[in-house]
Design a protein around this ligand. Structure first.
Ligand SMILES: NC(=O)c1ccc[n+]([C@@H]2O[C@H](COP(=O)([O-])OP(=O)(O)OC[C@H]3O[C@@H](n4cnc5c(N)ncnc54)[C@H](O)[C@@H]3O)[C@@H](O)[C@H]2O)c1
Length: 432
């Protein structure tokens, strides 16, 4: 019988999970190595933006069922939701998973269940976590259960998807998988599929790898269409009318801590076999440079150009700018000697200074739209144009009402669209 759950890592995954278990009647202790996170959660606050999370955490803490601590405590179940970043040389950094295992081992008791939720290379449960936990003197599958249950939520819809998504639960043995499945059934409305640990690890990685390779295909299409003078967006839209085709959309690169990271975990283990996966990653990682090169062409002839970068989070409507493709774009701007200001209505934490929209646009020659935040769809170009030195926009997400922007005097460029339009430096639109 499970009464107490200890969740290690109170980030985008751990904190929502902890508060859902707490509001479902479990005694939950959330452990994090960051004292600020502990302090914030214990007063019912949140340190990340996620719709619906604040209300749930507040309710969970107020009910006395959720508290945060720096130290791991004995419990019936341990859930690990710590980061699994990729190193500079594209290898999985499993330090946090190992550390979490070392923190659990001293308090691990017979009959406990340990669940790893962090996205991990195939074999992590068996080859990395199991030996660390067995330093307790107990044996996985005999004395304690061990399962892998990957998280498949999308930031911005985490609270809904935690409950509604189907889950894959892989056990070190059948009993571990069943125990983990029973635990998640408390709040999961989707189907729960049982398998072994390594299969579950690979399922999670392949979901994101499929999307990464698909986006790479689309990005390649974007570059081809720019050469051909046609629109990749139209090609994708029309091709996707076919019942068995689902081409993803191109963009300025793939970011975040999932799609841009997970494929490397497969490449790392099987470098000579994972050729397509490797190529997909390489194409997507080349997109920021492609955006900068295209921008250089757009701004050709303008002296001391300045660009207003709109959006730096790795995807729309979230505050998360970790591993965002906006960062290599900005490095490229710096290298190319293009001045820039940055505006993002969601992001609070970023390596570069953020401005208000008005500050960012004042005196700019060009808007470079990198993220598909909903707010950007409703920008009113006539007013914005008045602030700018030149009215040029480069939309890498194809979200603006381009006709309206043109009517308001803007020259519009889109990623994936071959340019019929060119800007001359006197701001006259030239149709070639
Ligand atoms: N964020 C997502 O949308 C998402 C989706 C699917 C899967 N994942 C995966 O889930 C895992 C967690 O991701 P996240 O976005 O929640 O990370 P995060 O960085 O938001 O949070 C992780 C937290 O773990 C803490 N931490 C690090 N080491 C610890 C330890 N030994 N003990 C306790 N706490 C520790 C950190 O201080 C941090 O607060 C990663 O493997 C990620 O790939 C994330």
């Amino acid at each position: 019988m499970v009464n107490k759950i200890c969740i290690l890592g109170l980030g985008y995954i751990g904190l929502p999970t902890a508060s859902i278990f707490a509001t479902n009647g479990f005694d939950v202790v959330g452990v994090d190595t960051n004292p600020q996170v502990i302090e914030t959660v214990n007063r019912g606050g949140i340190h990340i933006q996620e719709p619906g999370l604040q209300t749930l955490v507040q309710a969970a803490v107020k009910s006395g069922r959720l508290r945060a601590a720096l130290e791991v405590e004995s419990a019936d179940v341990f859930i690990i939701a710590v980061p699994t970043p990729v190193t500079k040389d594209k290898r999985a950094d499993l330090t946090f998973v190992r550390n979490a295992g070392h923190m659990i081992a001293p308090v691990l008791q017979r009959g406990n269940l340990v669940v790893l939720e962090s996205t991990s290379p195939p074999g992590t449960c068996e080859r990395i976590l199991k030996p660390v936990l067995e330093e307790s003197g107990q044996q996985a599958g005999k004395d304690f259960g061990l399962a892998y249950c990957p998280e498949r939520v999308i930031p911005g819809r985490t609270m809904r998807e935690l409950i509604q998504n189907d889950r894959v639960v892989g056990g070190i043995d059948r009993l571990s998988a069943e125990a983990a499945s029973k635990l998640y059934k408390v709040f999961v409305e989707g189907k729960i599929q049982l398998t072994d640990c390594t299969t579950a690890e690979m399922v999670k990685l392949m979901e994101n790898t499929y999307r990464d390779v698909n986006i790479a295909l689309s990005n390649e299409l974007a570059m081809l269409c720019e050469e051909m003078g046609i629109s990749a967006w139209e090609v994708v839209e029309l091709a996707n009318l076919h019942p068995r085709v689902n081409i993803h959309l191109p963009g300025p690169g793939v970011g975040g801590h999932c799609i841009a990271v997970d494929p490397w975990f497969i490449v790392e283990r099987f470098p000579s076999l994972a050729n397509m996966i490797n190529l997909g990653r390489t194409i997507n990682d080349s997109m920021p440079l492609h955006v900068v090169k295209r921008l250089q062409t757009i701004l050709d002839g303008i002296s001391s150009p300045r660009v207003a970068v709109l959006g730096v989070s790795f995807k729309g409507n979230i505050d998360d700018a970790r591993s965002t493709p906006a960062l290599p774009v900005i490095w490229g701007l710096e290298q190319a000697g293009i001045g820039f200001t940055i505006y993002d209505p969601h992001v609070r934490d970023f390596e570069y200074e953020l401005s208000t929209l008005q500050e960012a646009l004042t005196g700019a020659d060009c808007i470079l739209l990198l993220t598909d935040h909903d707010e950007f769809k409703f920008l009113y170009p006539q007013e914005l144009g008045k602030l700018m030195r030149r009215q040029i926009v480069f939309d890498t997400r194809n979200i603006l009402g381009h006709e309206l922007w043109r009517q308001c005097g803007f020259t519009v460029f889109r990623l994936g669209v071959g340019g019929l339009e060119k800007v001359n430096i006197n701001q006259e639109k030239v149709i070639s």
